[in-house]
Write a protein that binds this ligand. Structure first.
Ligand code: SF4
Length: 475
């Protein structure tokens, strides 16, 4: 039996007469088209919304925005590839009504309008809220690192530069000493080895001067590291696979695992980013109160307190840090605080009273102890090498309240992983966004806004379908 064969290429065919016939009613491009047409691009901050009165007419920003949303939805992010799609992809030909912008126009549109993409993401989030796609009760906050256009070898810290300069100075001294000796030995041999050494010295001097210049940049900026290809990117020490990149934070609603808020920064740590990410999400969801769950990387008393003030109820595990944990002694949570008497009760049942005060950042820190009891304690070898002190910040009640909430609902901590893994897994694996294409914080923010927008769009299409989304945007 023969295989299925195609038609003869030279045979005349009766193709549909309109481009519209090639795009079925359930095709997501129909939603992209209607969604962008319904946006007030000028108020969202897009440039050149009004056509020029004189001169060569430009492209409508709406058409280029449609192209980018379509491209990101279909894993086509580069301007050159988007240009190619405009010529060969029937869906894009339909979406752009046969327009064929060149790659430069496409790339310029993204960088000229980089601040406006977040507003488009928010517009779609508001539409999702109207469609009841968010549960508006529980948000999971998490961060990931995405690689920047900056190789690890092009990132320097003050310590690495100091180390290189010291090593270079040592090597230069050694070369110069050898140069003196070789001069004498090779005088009669036209100095081939000497010339070789002199070249090495020159190369090392150039490199040293380059590194000294980086050091000056660091000293001037007050930063602790400098990236030479993308100056805004940072080495993410705990994320060796990424190397140099950006910190991407998302707030994900538990109901359909959709992103409510996203932010890209070059903060190396997640600590301190909880309220900054959750507060705008609460505003978008338009609720009075919200539960938020995060991992222990966000555990910072000032941030947890700021969340409580903003009617956000945080849940996160208490990290086991400090010298006692490292040495295998009783952990702090094994000491019970009695707020009535302002004392701690230790595992041996002894009372630890206030003994001194100091400051940690802006906070008052109080130390509790009972030296007499420790000296006579049978549990001392499990508690301390000398006298055990327990420290408490003056607003530490905020941590106690959170620990109580977590003990009442411990399952909420497991939900965090399940909620945030879906968006991060999809973005990195299915959407293939393991690295940014552009340089600079503002540019990568624009990139990620598009990524988060199409992640939500894909979820909404899967849950409701194109027709329901189209009906909502036309209502
Ligand atoms: S060593 Fe001191 S703090 Fe530790 S259990 Fe004994 S009495 Fe309590």
């Amino acid at each position: 039996m023969a295989h299925i064969s195609g038609s003869d290429r030279s045979q005349l065919l009766l193709l549909p007469e309109a481009i519209d016939d090639y795009v079925d009613v359930e095709n997501p491009v129909r939603f992209i088209d209607a969604f962008v047409d319904g946006l007030d691009l000028k108020s969202l901050g897009f440039a050149r919304v009004e056509a020029k009165v004189i001169g060569r007419p430009g492209y409508d920003p709406g058409d280029l925005l449609k192209l980018y949303i379509y491209g990101y939805l279909n894993r086509v992010r580069s301007s050159r590839r988007l240009e190619a799609e405009c010529r060969r992809n029937m869906e894009v030909i339909w979406l752009l009504r046969t327009l064929k912008p060149d790659f430069k126009t496409i790339a310029d549109f993204r960088s000229d309008n980089r601040a406006a993409f977040k507003s488009v993401f928010r517009e779609f989030t508001v539409l999702c809220r109207r469609l009841d796609l968010f549960g508006r009760e529980l948000l999971a906050i998490d961060g990931t690192r995405i690689k920047a256009v900056n190789n690890k070898d092009r990132n320097f810290t003050k310590a690495s530069l100091d180390k290189f300069i010291a090593a270079a100075d040592k090597k230069l001294d050694d070369y110069l000493a050898r140069l003196d000796t070789d001069d004498e030995i090779e005088h009669a041999m036209a100095g081939a080895r000497t010339r070789n050494l002199a070249e090495k010295i020159e190369a090392l001097k150039r490199k040293r001067a380059e590194y000294a210049a980086y050091l000056k940049i660091l000293e001037r900026s007050g930063d602790d590291q400098v990236s030479m290809t993308d100056p805004d990117s940072r080495a993410m020490a705990a994320h060796t696979k990424v190397g140099v990149g950006y910190n991407v934070q998302i707030a994900v609603d538990a109901k359909n695992k959709m992103i409510v808020e996203q932010a890209v920064s070059n903060d190396v740590l997640d600590m301190g980013l909880l309220q900054r990410t959750a507060e705008p999400a609460r505003a978008i969801l338009d609720v009075e109160k919200l539960n938020i769950v995060a991992d222990k990387g966000y555990y910072k008393i000032e941030d947890i307190e700021a969340c409580e003030r903003a009617a956000l109820t945080p849940y996160m595990p208490r990290p086991q840090r400090g010298a006692a944990v490292k040495n295998g002694f009783f952990r702090k949570d094994e000491f019970r605080y009695d707020s009535v008497s302002d004392t701690y009760i230790c595992p041996a049942g002894q009372t630890l009273k206030r003994i001194r005060e100091s400051r940690l950042r802006e906070l008052k820190k109080i130390e509790y102890g009972n030296p007499k009891a420790c000296r006579a304690c049978p549990l001392r070898s499990r508690c301390t090498r000398n006298i055990r002190h327990i420290s408490r910040l003056d607003n530490e009640g905020v941590l106690d309240r959170m620990a109580e909430r977590v003990s009442e609902k411990p399952e909420i901590l497991n939900r965090r992983r399940e909620i945030v893994e879906h968006p991060f897994g999809t973005i990195k694996q299915s959407m293939n966004q393991g690295a940014f294409l552009m340089r600079g914080l503002e540019n990568v923010r624009a990139e990620f806004s598009l990524t988060a927008l199409v992640y939500n769009l894909r979820r909404a299409l899967n849950i409701l379908g194109t027709k329901a989304l189209l009906a909502a945007v036309r209502a």
